[in-house]
Unconditional design. Structure first.
Length: 288
């Protein structure tokens, strides 16, 4: 069982490292898109307002000139708006493809991130439950519960918080082109609280068990990083931007945790057989 325990634990931590890295990229990408889209929307609104006022002024001038020199006012105004909408349509298309690129990027990262978070929580929990069967310590049972409930559910909630909200038809295909400009804070707030509880609980238990660890200094360092990760994730309830340092801290924590878990779950060495000392045979000097 010791080999299964070791590889389950290390595999879960490795999956967590991948999930933390992908979560970091996911929220960096999401934040970058939001910053861009808000600047684009503000500039587009300002441009639209100025264009409407200028267009109204030009329409009045066109009507007056057509009335003076003769001709068809409707045809002249239609041609004017056709030329006016041409640059606006270019801006709309740029935003359209920008949204398409963002959608395809996030839609490729988000499910894979959730899969690795789920695998990490399950394998880490399996490792702790096996350790509980060996040592019968309630702290291992608590760690397994934190891992399988907190990490898995948090990953699923983050996926739901960044999920698409609408589909747009592109020819005969239906593609997800737009994501919510703001994340779903209901799901992300719960995910942030769960990640706080997970890493805070794991960190406190890690610090508590430092005296029984084979590497107490590394054990203390990992415990401090876990508590710090939980605090950073709690900031996600204030702003989703705090998920960026949260996943960065989680990445560092799990990288430190991997060699620690490998050494802590090492199989005990087998006892060497001692050569048995036979008693004196007949004709041999007796034991003194």
């Amino acid at each position: 069982m010791s080999g299964t325990l070791r590889y389950a634990m290390v595999s879960g931590i490795f999956a967590g490292i991948v999930a933390a890295f992908m979560g970091l990229l996911l929220f960096v990408m999401f934040h970058s898109f939001n910053s861009t889209i808000f600047a684009t929307v503000l500039s587009a609104i300002g441009t639209l307002i100025v264009t409407l006022f200028l267009g109204l002024l030009v329409v009045i001038v066109v009507i007056v000139l057509v009335a003076i020199f003769g001709g068809n006012p409707a045809e002249a105004i239609g041609k004017f708006f056709e030329e006016l909408l041409a640059p606006i349509s270019v801006v709309v298309m740029l935003g359209y493809f920008q949204g398409l690129g963002y959608s395809l990027s996030v839609s490729s990262f988000n499910p894979v991130f959730t899969i690795f978070m789920t695998i990490s929580g399950i394998l880490t929990a399996v490792g702790y439950f096996l350790k509980f069967r060996l040592e019968r310590r309630s702290t291992h049972l608590a760690r397994g519960f934190f891992a399988i409930v907190g990490i898995d559910v948090a990953g699923i909630l983050i996926y739901l918080g960044l999920s698409p909200v609408s589909n747009y038809a592109l020819g005969v295909f239906s593609l997800t082109l737009l994501f919510i400009a703001y994340p779903n804070y209901f799901y992300l707030n719960i995910a942030a609280v769960l990640l706080l509880l997970v890493f805070m609980g794991l960190g406190i238990i890690q610090l508590r068990d430092r005296q029984e660890s084979a590497k107490p200094i590394l054990c203390v360092g990992i415990g401090i990083m876990e508590v710090l990760s939980g605090i950073l994730f709690l900031g996600g309830t204030v702003s989703y931007i705090m998920f960026i340092p949260g996943f960065a801290s989680m990445l560092i924590t799990l990288i430190l945790w991997m060699p620690y878990a490998w050494s802590e779950n090492e199989a005990p060495p087998s006892l060497s057989k001692k050569t048995s000392r036979k008693g004196p045979q007949e004709g041999v000097q007796k034991w003194e």
